[in-house]
Design a protein around this ligand. Structure first.
Ligand code: NAP
Length: 294
């Protein structure tokens, strides 16, 4: 079967260009340049890369960006004080605290301290709750990016059977919520996790599989029905001596054997990843325009 590769990189580039155009117009008309702040604690390699790419994307979109760095041994109080400052800083439209945080810091406490009107990651319970009942809000970037990709490629989701693998707060749960809702996916949704007894059977019946578990090559050909749409969120660093970096990124889907069965499939890298950052830019633009909250 001839499958179509979903190009997240090209889609994200096109959307960022549209955002840049809009920002140019806003500024030309005397409006405020959107400003995203990012807080990075410690020196985790993955987090460093993500934040670097976020700052780069801000430049591409014509946003102002500010990066605040804290050492690994920063206390919870120091970080809460930083959140408080950013909440009050009138020039900052939105900000993100790059996760994961060091073990001695209570992540949930930090997220709760963020002013939901600046929570462009969409992790605050007010945004999560508003999303769940279909009110305007900041939607978590990865699920929003996946929805945007499905729309961009005109992939029919209404009435389809969708299986979401993984139930994390940042990907699996919001993804399942969005795919279920009438105004977004409008699909029949099943969520599978590490204790699902019938995971393979559920996958085999799915029109759309969204894999977000972080287990390289987990989804194999025997789990995918012909013509399915497969979205691979997984990005696990796998040691690879042939690469300069010493690793390569591996998705949750065994691409070579699954792709020939699919109608559409995302690659890793170049699929969901670039769309996640693109969605953060969309949320920052909305924050700058005070689109959801005054
Ligand atoms: P997470 O918080 O570790 O959650 C993983 C989920 O997968 C959990 O719900 C877990 O089940 C489930 N799971 C783990 N092993 C499983 C198995 N063998 N069978 C079935 N379910 C299993 O991860 P996450 O933050 O959601 O991220 C998932 C993956 O997506 C990671 O590779 C991450 O790097 C990637 N990611 C990529 C992007 C991007 O922009 N491309 C963004 C975010 C995340 P339990 O709940 O039962 O433990």
């Amino acid at each position: 079967m001839e499958y179509q590769l979903i190009d997240g990189k090209a889609t994200a580039t096109a959307i960022k260009q549209q955002i840049a155009e809009e920002v140019k117009n806003i500024v030309a008309n005397g409006g405020k340049q959107p400003h995203l702040a990012a807080v990075l604690v410690g020196h985790d390699g993955g987090s460093e890369t993500y934040v670097k790419n976020k700052v780069l994307s801000c430049e591409q979109c014509g946003f102002k960006s500010t990066l605040f760095r804290y050492e690994e041994n920063t206390t919870e109080e120091e970080l809460l004080a930083c959140v408080d400052r950013l909440n009050k800083d009138e020039d900052v439209d939105g900000f993100i605290i790059q996760l994961p945080l060091p073990k001695h810091i209570d992540e949930q406490k930090i997220i709760m301290a963020i002013d939901y009107r600046k929570d462009v990651d969409g992790f605050h319970p007010i945004n999560v709750g508003r999303m769940a009942i279909g009110l305007p809000c900041f939607i978590s970037a990865t699920p929003l990016g996946i929805l945007t990709l499905l729309q961009h490629y005109h992939i029919e989701t209404s009435g389809k059977k969708c299986v979401v693998l993984g139930r994390s707060n940042i990907v699996g749960k919001p993804m399942a919520q969005l795919m279920m809702q009438k105004q977004f996916g409008d699909s029949t949704v099943t969520v599978c996790h590490s204790h699902s007894a019938t995971l393979k059977e559920e996958c085999r019946e799915a029109d759309i599989i969204i894999a977000a578990i972080g287990r390289p090559d987990f989804v194999t050909a025997d789990m995918v029905k012909k013509g399915a749409v497969v979205i691979d969120v997984g990005t696990t660093r796998v040691p690879d001596a042939t690469r300069k970096s010493g690793f390569r990124l591996s998705g949750d889907v065994k691409f070579d054997e699954v792709a020939p069965l699919c109608s559409y499939i995302t690659p890793v890298p170049g699929g969901v990843g670039p769309m996640t950052i693109c969605s953060l830019m969309k949320n920052t633009l909305a924050a700058g325009k005070k689109e959801y909250y005054k």
